[in-house]
Write a protein that binds this ligand. Sequence first.
Ligand code: 13P
Ligand code: SF4
Length: 364
Amino acid sequence: MSAVAVPIEQYALLDDEECQIRIERAKARLGDRVLILGHHYQRDEVFRHADVTGDSLKLSQQAARSGARYIVFCGVHFMAEVADILSRPDQVSILPDLAAGCSMADMADRVNVQRAWDQLAALIDVEARVTPVTYINSAADLKAFCARHGGIVCTSSNARAVLEWAWARREKVLFFPDQHLGRNTAYDMGVPLEDMVVWDPFQPQGGLSREAVERARLILWKGHCSVHQMFRPEHIDRFKAQHPDTRVIAHPECSFEVCRKADHVGSTEYIVKTIAASAPGTRWLVGTELNLVNRLARRFPDRPVHFMAPTVCMCSTMFRTDPQHLAWVLENLVEDRVVNAIRVPEETAALARLALERMLEVSA
Ligand code: 13P
Ligand code: SF4
């Protein structure tokens, strides 16, 4: 065994087939010391090696209960951070490609959220009246921020229960970074659009008047997912003009207009389960990331599955995890060398854990 990790460059030239063989061999040697988690947006050549596949809620629950020494997260950075926060100190969370981030998560950071909080505090008593809620698609220090101010984390599958929790405690919610998940969920709960405002972090006072803040029940951060914003209501209209019998299903990160036209709205796991449970012959138009839609189309040849947009909408950062990186981390683990460990400093992790545990309790 060598103490020096084999560099990724030595794997870059391996073809996918060679990687498949090496991944399987390394997995067999590691046995139950490793758990591979795979988000639904992963490419097939990686997804097929996952021990557990799912949406962000299911995968974070798995990370919390896993006994494996190594948790290899085939997903994006915030997911590997959550796995580190929820696992035991002797477990190691690994992200095969450190460049696999989430552009939506980057739209809110500790500095601009703190600034927003301070500016809101100049208008209203935030500690008494506002619960901060962060989408799990955010950095660990924002989860810690929420815990510090009586707030909580949500995912796309428990946002409703989390908002109920938040409003039961304080009259207003500051929701970041995805305005669409917040708006779509609250509207479905019966909150009218007039009770929601959008906080633009690049405008003084979020671009809002004191009266607007005073009136609002939900303050939505001006953030979005660049993949899901590509889906438009006219895509649905055009498709349905040709196939009126189509069922439309969309992820709640899609715009309000798209979600209003959809027959079903839910997380990636919900989308998979809903299409799996549908009758053969059902035609589906799906508004979420392309790798998942293509996989569903192949898995269910008896129920046509179509992608909602005319252009390719792939999450380029989810796509970064390739078989070469997976083979690289696993073969290093076989030699007891950890590459690409994700470690959240304990001070931040302790608070972030609190906000995540509140969420897990709400979703139990
Ligand atoms: P899920 O919670 O549905 O897995 O969504 C995560 C995500 O990043 C979707 O863009
Ligand atoms: Fe982030 Fe959007 Fe990719 Fe999901 S699909 S990981 S929200 S950039």
